[in-house]
Ligand binder design. Structure first.
Ligand SMILES: Nc1ncnc2c1ncn2[C@@H]1O[C@H](COP(=O)(O)OP(=O)(O)OP(=O)(O)O)[C@@H](O)[C@H]1O
Ligand SMILES: [Mg+2]
Length: 276
C-alpha cells in the first residue's frame, strides 16, 4: 500500500547518500593567526554550496586547502566516501576537482597558447596522449569558444573569454566538483551574467557540484542550494540559500546582508560598507 511502512523495515538497510565531498574540522594557521578553525563542509553531487563572508574571513584559504594547494593543520576530507590521504588518493582527488580563480589574467600563463592552458591538467595527469588536441577542442567548444583558434595566445582575448578558457581548463579531467573563487568579480558587469549562465549550463549538462565563493548576493541567490557563512575562520551559519538570504539567524549574516544596497554590482558586494 502506498505510504505504508513494512513491519520488517530495517532503516539501517536504507543507504544514506554519500556526499561528494565532506570536510570535517578543517583548521589552518598562518603563524599565530588561525585562518580556519574547525570548519565542516558537505557538498552533494550536482549541488552548489556558496561560501560568503567578509574579506579575510578565510574563504580562499578554505578553497585552497580543500583542493590541496595548501596543507591543513588539522581536519579530514572525504571524497565520494573515501578519505583523501596518501599519494594515490590525493592524485585521484585532484583529477576529480577543478578550480576557477578570480582573475583570469593572473591565472593564465601568457606564454602558453589557450590550447596549452586547457591541456595543462590533461598533461599533468598523463591524459593528453593522441586525442588531446581534439579533447581541448571539445572543451573550448563546450565553454562557448567554438571556432576559436587553440593555437592563439591569451593576449588576444578579453577577460570574459579568458575566464571561459579557465573554465575549460577546470573541466579538462572531467571533474565532479569545481571550486570557483569569485569567478565573476574581476569581470565587466555585462560579462558576469554570461559567465554565470555558462557555469549554470555546464552544471546542468555535466551534473557538476560547485563550491562557490562570492561576495555578490544576487549570485548567491541565483546559483546556490546551500550557503555557509564564514566569520574569522569559523562557520557561524549554514542553511539553504532561501533561508540564509530571507531569514538569517546570525547577527553577522544579518549585517552582511544589511551592508548590501542593491544599487550596483560593486555596491552589492557582501561586506561592503553601507552607503551613507
Ligand atoms: N599565505 C598566507 N600567509 C599568511 N597569512 C595568510 C595567507 N593566506 C591568507 N592569510 C590570512 O588568512 C586570512 C584569510 O585569508 P583569505 O584570503 O582566505 O580570506 P578571504 O575570505 O578569501 O578574503 P577576500 O574576500 O579578501 O578574498 C587573512 O587574515 C589573511 O591575511
Ligand atoms: Mg579570497
Amino acid at each position: 500500500m502506498n505510504g505504508a511502512v513494512p513491519a520488517a523495515c530495517d532503516v539501517r538497510a536504507v543507504p544514506t547518500p554519500v556526499p561528494l565531498l565532506e570536510a570535517t574540522g578543517i583548521t589552518k594557521r598562518f603563524g599565530r593567526h588561525t585562518a580556519l578553525d574547525a570548519v565542516d563542509l558537505r557538498i552533494e553531487q550536482g549541488r552548489t554550496v556558496s561560501i560568503v563572508g567578509e574579506s579575510g574571513s578565510g574563504k580562499s584559504t578554505l578553497a585552497r586547502v580543500l583542493i590541496g594547494l595548501e596543507r591543513a593543520d588539522a581536519g579530514t576530507v572525504h571524497f565520494q566516501g573515501e578519505p583523501v590521504r596518501g599519494r594515490r588518493t590525493r592524485q585521484r582527488f585532484r583529477r576529480s576537482v577543478g578550480m576557477v580563480f578570480q582573475d583570469p589574467y593572473e591565472s593564465i600563463d601568457p606564454r602558453l597558447t589557450i590550447g596549452e592552458v586547457v591541456a595543462e591538467p590533461l598533461r599533468a595527469h598523463g591524459l593528453y596522449g593522441d586525442g588531446g588536441r581534439e579533447r581541448v577542442r571539445d572543451l573550448l567548444d563546450s565553454v562557448g569558444m567554438e571556432g576559436v583558434d587553440q593555437d592563439a595566445y591569451p593576449h588576444r582575448f578579453s577577460g570574459g573569454q579568458r575566464q571561459r578558457v579557465c573554465i575549460a581548463r577546470a573541466l579538462a579531467t572531467d571533474p565532479g566538483l569545481v571550486v570557483c573563487d569569485e569567478p565573476t568579480s574581476a569581470l565587466d558587469v555585462s560579462v558576469q551574467a554570461q559567465i554565470l549562465n555558462l557555469l549554470l549550463d555546464l552544471q546542468r549538462r555535466r551534473g557538476l557540484a560547485y563550491l562557490f565563493i562570492t561576495h555578490d548576493l544576487d549570485v548567491v541567490r541565483r546559483i546556490s542550494d546551500e550557503v555557509s557563512v564564514l566569520l574569522r575562520g569559523t562557520v557561524v551559519e549554514h542553511g539553504s540559500a532561501e533561508q540564509i538570504t530571507r531569514d538569517p539567524r546570525h547577527d553577522y549574516t544579518r549585517r552582511l546582508l544589511d551592508a548590501v544596497p542593491a544599487a550596483s554590482p560593486r555596491e552589492r558586494r557582501i561586506g561592503a560598507a553601507p552607503r551613507p
